[in-house]
Design a protein around this ligand. Structure first.
Ligand code: FE2
Length: 433
């Protein structure tokens, strides 16, 4: 890949970016000249309907050595652990569910790249109807070299938990480490290189693309600020080596040979771009008087549904922060919600579940399934002195959806399910006097 070192990025969420790996390849004042410069092809990637409102419209023009139409002849590709849509899940009782972290297999015993190493945990919605999402965990111990992946079923939000990813996309390179996230648009080819065993949480969003939440009374700054999102600069593979293309399409995977590398875009401009974001830049807001606010104050990105305020998917983080509220039970309260909550832990401890919920693990609290702090956390938080307290060295997150999740067969029977999870509330006493 002809790339600058160290990697350079362009800042902004949804900006009109422009980048050239070779000066002069972008046409000026037009998008599709009769002859594109340097003998390149112009190709448009639309991430929204042509007629979507301006604020939601996403598209990018690419100037490339070969248009992506030259690949054809897809055959089914076996990846039985990658599931899509509620129909691919199994029936599960209305219990809270929790999973222990699964170790990344040794590469010699079981070589796994991003595509083969992905395991679906929970699914909802319908890929053909473009609603819902899936939460996966990818276990990776080898790089994709002459292999690329395209997801026509949704954009992908990557939350690395262990190890650093180097992501080659059609629009350039992103390096993403734990604490950071990557957002890869629907339909954009990419491949993932690793330098050791990796564990990555993945949200596959079948619905409306993620955008920054409205801020309301918070005002014009705060939470995730747009300038902290980073898009790559244009870069291409000069050797144009053949690639195997794996495409996710209609809930199934398909494979085809491509005589050329799909990473052949020499210049591009537009506002549909892969992005990375460092959660350390999230401006966290919390109570400076009393009461635990709703966790929506921790929303990084939201994929709206057709019902206002009722997300297809919210991506929410619980980063390091100060707790200062007075006369307040400071951990999350006991609750049951319309929305369904899939949680993961990148590092450290989560304050409502200091034990049992471990980095690399996961939990599911589905629609109207009661949950809250475990008995020990309740006891501790009810009696703790309410001095200012820093929750540090922690990063939990949530994929929250209006659609009930169905766990997959692998999630229920793959060996990581914590059969004793509900016991963590068993010692909650009736303290009525
Ligand atoms: Fe919750």
């Amino acid at each position: 890949m002809a790339s600058p070192e160290p990697l350079r990025y362009q800042g902004g969420f949804g900006n009109q970016f422009a980048s050239e790996a070779v000066p002069g390849v972008l046409p000026l004042g037009r998008n599709s000249p009769q002859k594109a410069a340097h003998g390149l092809y112009a190709e448009l990637l639309s991430g929204s309907a042509f007629t979507a409102p301006r604020a939601e419209n996403r598209r990018t023009w690419m100037y490339r050595r070969q248009p992506s139409v030259v690949v054809g002849g897809y055959a089914p590709y076996a990846q039985p652990w990658w599931k899509s849509g509620a129909a691919d899940g199994v029936a599960a009782p209305p219990d809270p569910l929790r999973w222990a972290p699964t170790p990344v297999p040794e590469a010699e015993a079981q070589p796994l790249d991003f595509v083969d190493g992905l395991r679906s945990i929970v699914v909802n919605g319908d890929v053909d109807a473009q609603v819902g999402m899936a939460a996966h965990i990818a276990f990776i111990n080898r790089s994709m070299t002459q292999r690329a992946f395209v997801n026509a079923d949704g954009e992908m939000l990557l939350v690395p938990q262990q190890g650093t990813l180097m992501i080659t996309t059609e629009l350039g390179l992103l390096q993403v480490a734990p604490g950071e996230i990557a957002l890869l648009p629907r339909g954009l080819a990419f491949k993932v290189a690793v330098d050791g065993p990796l564990r990555v949480y993945v949200c596959e969003n079948h619905g409306a693309h993620f955008r920054l939440p409205e801020l309301g009374p918070i005002g014009s700054n705060g939470l995730a600020n747009p300038r902290d999102f980073q898009a790559p600069v244009a870069a291409f593979e000069p050797d144009a080596a053949p690639h195997e293309l794996i495409k996710k399409y209609g809930g199934r995977l398909w494979a085809a040979r491509s005589a050329a590398s799909p990473f052949n875009v020499v210049g591009w401009h537009g506002n549909l771009a892969p992005l990375k974001y460092d959660t350390a830049n999230f401006m966290t807001i919390g109570s400076i008087s009393f009461d635990h606010p709703d966790p929506s104050i921790f929303t990084v990105l939201t994929s709206p549904s057709d019902t206002p305020g009722t997300a297809n998917c919210d991506f929410v983080i619980f980063p390091p922060r100060w707790l200062v509220a007075e006369d307040t039970f400071r951990p999350p309260w006991y609750h049951r919600n319309l929305m369904s909550e899939f949680m993961g832990l990148v590092l450290g401890q989560y304050d409502a579940k200091p034990e049992g919920f471990r980095p690399g693990g996961a939990s599911l609290h589905n629609c109207m399934v009661p949950h809250g702090p475990d008995a020990d956390a309740f006891e501790r938080a009810s009696n703790a002195p309410l001095a200012p307290h820093k929750l540090d060295n922690t990063l939990a997150f949530m994929f929250e959806s209006r659609y009930r999740f169905r766990p997959t067969e692998w999630a229920m029977n793959g060996g990581a399910l914590d059969a004793a999870y509900a016991d963590c509330w068993r010692n909650l006493k009736d303290g009525f006097q």
